[in-house]
Ligand binder design. Structure first.
Ligand code: 5AD
Ligand code: SF4
Length: 457
């Protein structure tokens, strides 16, 4: 343990077990970590399993129907575990639902799942200690939803527990883009950026605990415009220049970005600031102008292709990743072929692809021309095999090269360590267990399905 981490509460009769299950994006991972930071001082200790937990927190995702439905089946399972726990004379289990399903369907959860004790939205989880105290005293008020991110960040503890040399850091929340398929503008609210000073402060604390790489998070992270020391609007690029000054912070990443917010200074930072890793997640969703218009993406196919060319001029070795939706309402074979063609032109090092999922309250859910599941399945498969090929090509081109690897954790084999390349691939290296937390040159020797293999030089 590091001198800066809070002392662990003594194991004793008062220690309560907490299980957090996190669904969805990295923002939820960050939020779950912060919920833990809030609850640890109250005597909660993390448990890997829900069995026997005094408090179970589901940090939920509303982005696609599948993700949202999982929550209800999980609540059913927890209800049974709670009954078993009570029957064994081990007391009650508090069931709390947090995250975006909580925000979007709070009341519905209450009605549909009476076993739930507490529902708390993503901007209100700083109130958890009080809410939990209230619900455990008497079942009653169970809902907290809020749209004031500044109140939340101000109320969160300064202390953060870290696990290894990489950390997420939320710098921006919310989205004003209103893509017609997406619930985020409704669940996470309007775009809002944390002030520069608060972010630098959090980053310094993380660096003090050995963090070397920060991934800056935001639903629209490149729209970041938090206030600087003089009260003026900053930019993501300026923020990264300031973060790179912090001793110990050697690597910066950011996600997720919108093409229209790729400012010139951000592109230049990819060229000029060594701490900015050569990796960019820049979703395009579709390669068809007609579909992009229906999605209200506010950019076209060619402008995206031109933008990528621009960014690659600044950073030729950039690894690009994207998000794609197949089967958006009205998508024809020709539209899908346009997406495949865009992928062939752009070339991706990784990607995330999804079948369109109609979400309640979003404009696209009511659009004509909904695409059948069979067609979506076929398109998804074709798209994913094309991307897999490109991913393999990208990795294969690294064999024989020397890359700086940040070692994050021990591997399964004795002496083995697993780290990350600048391009975000996992790299397995033998005889490197003593290098955890360090950035070390590694010669890439082979390509695995989801990783690279390398050797120390
Ligand atoms: N259906 C399918 N995929 C979606 N995404 C967002 N909303 C939907 C939806 N309704 C995908 C987009 C986005 C990623 C986070 O999730 O590709 O970039
Ligand atoms: Fe959703 Fe579009 Fe905003 Fe991304 S930019 S969070 S897809 S509305």
């Amino acid at each position: 343990m590091n001198a800066h981490s809070p002392s662990k509460p003594e194991i004793g009769p008062d220690l309560k077990k907490l299980h957090i299950k996190t669904y969805g994006c990295q923002m939820n991972v960050y939020d779950s970590e912060r919920m833990l930071d809030l609850l640890r001082p109250l005597g909660y200790e993390v448990s890997d399993r829900p069995e026997g937990a005094d408090l179970v927190l589901l940090n939920t995702c509303h982005i696609r129907e599948k993700a949202a439905e999982k929550v209800y089946s999980e609540i059913g399972r927890l209800k049974e575990l709670r009954e078993e726990k009570i029957a064994a004379g081990e007391g009650r289990m508090t069931i709390a639902v947090a995250g975006c399903v909580a925000q979007a369907e709070g009341q519905e959860i209450m009605n549909r799942a009476p076993a739930v004790d507490l529902v708390v939205g993503p901007q209100a989880y700083h109130q958890l200690p009080e809410l939990i105290a209230r619900t455990t005293r008497a079942k009653g008020e169970r809902l907290a939803a809020d749209f004031a991110p500044d109140a939340k960040f101000d109320a969160l503890p300064n202390e953060r527990e870290v696990s290894g040399p990489t950390a997420f850091l939320t710098v921006q929340e919310g989205c004003d883009k209103f893509c017609t398929f997406c619930v985020v503008p409704y669940t996470r609210g309007a775009e809002w950026s944390r002030p520069v000073a608060a972010i630098l402060d959090e980053a310094r604390r993380l660096a003090d605990k050995g963090v070397r790489e920060l991934t800056l998070l935001g639903q629209n992270v490149n729209a970041y415009n938090g206030a600087d020391a003089s009260g003026a609007d900053s930019t993501l690029a300026k923020l990264m220049y300031a973060l790179a000054e912090i001793p110990g912070i050697d690597r910066l990443r950011y996600t997720t970005s919108h093409p229209n917010d790729m400012g010139d200074d951000l592109i230049e930072a990819h060229r000029d600031l060594p701490a900015v890793m050569p990796y960019l997640h820049l979703p395009v969703q579709s390669g068809s102008d007609k579909i992009l218009r229906a999605m209200n993406r506010k950019h076209g196919r060619q402008s995206y292709i031109d933008l990528i060319a621009n960014i690659r001029e600044a950073r030729p070795d950039l690894a690009l990743s994207g998000d794609f939706i197949v089967g958006f309402p009205g998508e024809t074979d020709k539209d899908f072929e346009d997406t495949m063609d865009l992928i062939r032109q752009v070339r991706y090092a990784a990607s995330f692809s999804f079948k369109y999922s109609p979400r309640p309250g979003t404009p696209a859910a009511a659009m004509p021309g909904q695409v059948s599941d069979e067609v979506m399945d076929a398109r998804l498969q074709a798209l994913q095999s094309l991307i897999l090929e490109q991913q393999h090509d990208f990795k294969s081109a690294l064999v024989g090269k020397t890359l700086d690897v940040l070692f994050e954790k021990p591997g399964r084999r004795d002496g083995q360590a697993i780290g990350r390349s600048p391009y975000l691939q996992s790299v397995f290296v033998e005889n490197a267990a003593h290098l955890l937390g360090q950035i070390v040159p590694v010669r890439i020797e082979a390509v695995g399905p989801n990783s690279l293999q390398g050797a120390l030089i």
